[in-house]
Design a protein around this ligand. Structure first.
Ligand code: DON
Length: 550
């Protein structure tokens, strides 16, 4: 073991650079709507509200009214906090709701259609952010998206491909009556008239329109006709919750990230602090040694994640123990560069990581230095695939993030335990990791990504790419990524950027490597504050992601 090294000097920017303010999101339309709010004098929180809602029409794959998310912020004067607008299990939910009479999980029930839907949190989230920090009227923040819905959104090539690949299952879930059940071509324009009307009602009547008003009644009726569980009482009881973020030091960085019910902050903290005693920079990026070190830390951290973490309103999470310095040191005692530590047991579930980018992240810095990092999701691609035609949006399948049965993997191959079992009104454990990083006490990076279980490793690697390996924000976002999550006991590499020789050397050390499927990992959208105070965007070329600023 070597002593902690100094970090790399800051790399020159290679991404979009702006003087004062920036928004990076999954679609140019949404980034621009957020930026326009800043240009008008709105702050980062106003821009968050506008961008979150814009994504529901510009990026319906993951942007949503029918899902939920997490937002981490840091104000210009250094105050940090976070908002949990995660979905909740309905009151009628129970532990075994997705098991058949023999006690085996029926995955379709928690993944497709009305039975998979958790009580949506997004509208509560934006109203809570606005109530506490907003400076422009809500109607001004919703108006640009209402206009966009009416004007229509151009279908990109990537979007057309995605729509085509989910066409069949959408038709299965919805019949042929939905907006998307036709043959979309790149360049086509999709108009969202029903969504525009829903947003107009929310703009006129406020938060309760969604949770208690006509919109709630339409949604609940729609879901119940299709076998769903959500009632008017569930809607009325939903609340977004301010939570203390997870804050920790990695070398001279201060990392601020999401606390449970997301595992993101705790698990990233474990990974980075287990790696901290090593001189990662001198090992080099994507060398066998640096991949080994990251993998072994991730393996141990995910094992803890899957066992200990769940909704803190329901389970006692031994946070102090999990984050204790001696404990983390002891966890790495079994690690040696000579050979892989096999995961406790070999998973019987096959690798279920897919090209799954169905969540979406956006990063915002305003002209005063307030920062917002938000990740929002429907869970799967287009969520449960169930499209509420009268209201104009997709509904989540977040219930699959619960552990339907201890030991049985969910959609992301994550094995859960009792801490993440289903209970009425409980929030399902997440991996979403919206993060803000300070350096020398100043705002330095805003970062996050989709990618299910790979979110935590992708965010960790992006931070390390800049800090340890001297990359620019854009290079760090574009760089190839790899992932390990304890079970299945596999290092998953992206298709490009890792040589056969590297993989052979890891195999010789006892690592198992994904051979068949090489998914892309994450779609990171990030902002770095440069030493001169300007901002560099990192917009992931894996998607249509776009950084804009002024
Ligand atoms: O909260 C979570 O961890 C998941 N529902 C996130 C899903 C996701 O990132 C989908 N994209 N791969």
């Amino acid at each position: 073991m070597t002593l902690v090294s100094c970090s790399q000097p800051e790399a020159a920017p290679t991404g979009v650079v702006a003087e004062k303010a920036m928004v990076v999101s999954a679609r140019e339309e949404a980034s621009r709507i957020g930026l326009e709010v800043l240009r008008k004098g709105g702050n980062a929180f106003d821009a968050m509200v506008a961008t979150e809602i814009a994504l529901a029409s510009a990026y319906p794959f993951a942007g949503n009214l029918g899902g939920g998310g997490f937002m981490v912020y840091r104000t210009a004067d250094g105050e940090a906090g976070s908002l949990d607008y995660r979905e909740k299990a309905p009151l009628a939910a129970h532990k075994d709701m997705y098991l058949d009479s023999l006690g085996n999980p029926v995955p379709d029930l928690s993944r497709k259609g009305a039975t998979a839907v958790g009580v949506p949190g997004t509208i509560a989230g934006i109203f809570e952010v606005h109530r506490r920090f907003g400076s422009l009227p809500m109607s001004e923040l919703l108006a640009p998206t209402i206009e966009l819905c009416e004007r229509g959104v151009r279908v990109t090539e990537k979007q057309a491909e995605r729509l085509a690949s989910y066409f069949e299952v959408m038709a299965e879930v919805n019949g042929d009556s939905i907006l998307f059940a036709n043959d979309c071509q790149p360049g086509d324009t999709l108009r969202y008239a029903a969504l525009a009307r829903t947003l107009q009602r929310i703009s006129d009547n406020g938060r309760d329109e969604f949770y208690k008003g006509e919109t709630a009644r339409t949604l609940v009726g729609f879901l119940q006709e299709r076998g769903g569980y959500i009632t008017m009482e569930d809607m009325a009881r939903y609340q977004a919750v301010w939570r203390d973020p997870v804050v920790f030091q990695y070398k001279d960085l201060k990392v601020i990230s999401m606390a449970p019910p997301s595992s993101g902050g705790v698990t990233m903290q474990q990974i980075l602090r287990m790696m901290e005693p090593y001189d990662l920079a001198s090992m080099g990026q994507h060398t066998s040694r640096s991949i080994q070190l990251f993998t072994e830390a991730a393996r141990r951290a995910y094992a803890d994640r899957n066992y200990y973490l769940g909704d803190p309103d329901f389970v006692d999470i031994p946070m102090e123990e999990l984050l204790n310095a001696e404990y983390l040191k002891a966890r790495m005692k079994t690690f040696s560069f000579d050979s892989a530590t096999p995961s406790d047991q070999v998973s019987e579930g096959k690798l279920m990581l897919r090209e799954s980018e169905e969540t979406t992240h956006y990063s915002i810095v305003d002209q005063w230095g307030n920062a917002v990092s938000a990740t929002t999701t429907l869970n799967g691609a287009y969520g449960s695939k169930l499209y509420c035609t009268p209201l104009g949006f997709f509904l989540n399948n977040e219930m699959d993030d619960f552990s339907a049965k201890p030991g049985v993997p969910n959609m992301f191959g994550l094995i859960g335990a009792e801490a993440n079992s289903i209970a009425p009104e409980k929030r399902m454990l997440s991996s979403m990791t919206p993060t803000i990083v300070e350096r020398d006490g100043k705002l330095w990076m805003v970062v996050g990504t989709p990618g299910g279980s790979t979110i935590i490793t992708a965010v960790s690697q992006t931070i390390l790419n800049v800090y340890e390996f001297g990359q620019s924000m854009q290079q760090a976002v574009s760089a190839p990524r790899f992932h390990h999550q304890w079970l299945p006991d596999l290092i998953v590499f992206e298709p490009e950027g890792f040589s056969d020789a590297l993989k052979d050397s890891l195999r010789n050390l006892g690592y198992h490597i994904n051979e068949n499927r090489t998914p892309i990992i994450g779609k990171v959208d990030a902002i770095r504050v440069l030493p001169d105070g300007r901002l560099e965007g990192g917009a992931d070329p894996r998607g249509d992601d776009t950084a804009v600023g002024f």
